[in-house]
Design a protein around this ligand. Structure first.
Ligand SMILES: [Zn+2]
Length: 52
């Protein structure tokens, strides 16, 4: 009896939080999720959020 919600919901939230970032250290661009994503190439937190 507890089937409220459906297959969508969590994925929508993740999509909204995934933003495009550019690393200021190595210049690579990546998608980050969360408040403080790190560069996947050099693990730097010195990144800039890009406008979609
Ligand atoms: Zn980097």
């Amino acid at each position: 009896m507890c089937t409220v919600g459906g297959p969508f919901g969590n994925e929508d939230i993740k999509r909204l939080e995934a933003k495009q970032y550019a690393c200021n250290e190595c210049g690579s661009k990546f998608k980050g999720i969360g408040k403080n994503p790190m560069c996947p190439s050099c693990q730097s937190e010195d990144i800039t959020e890009l406008e979609a």
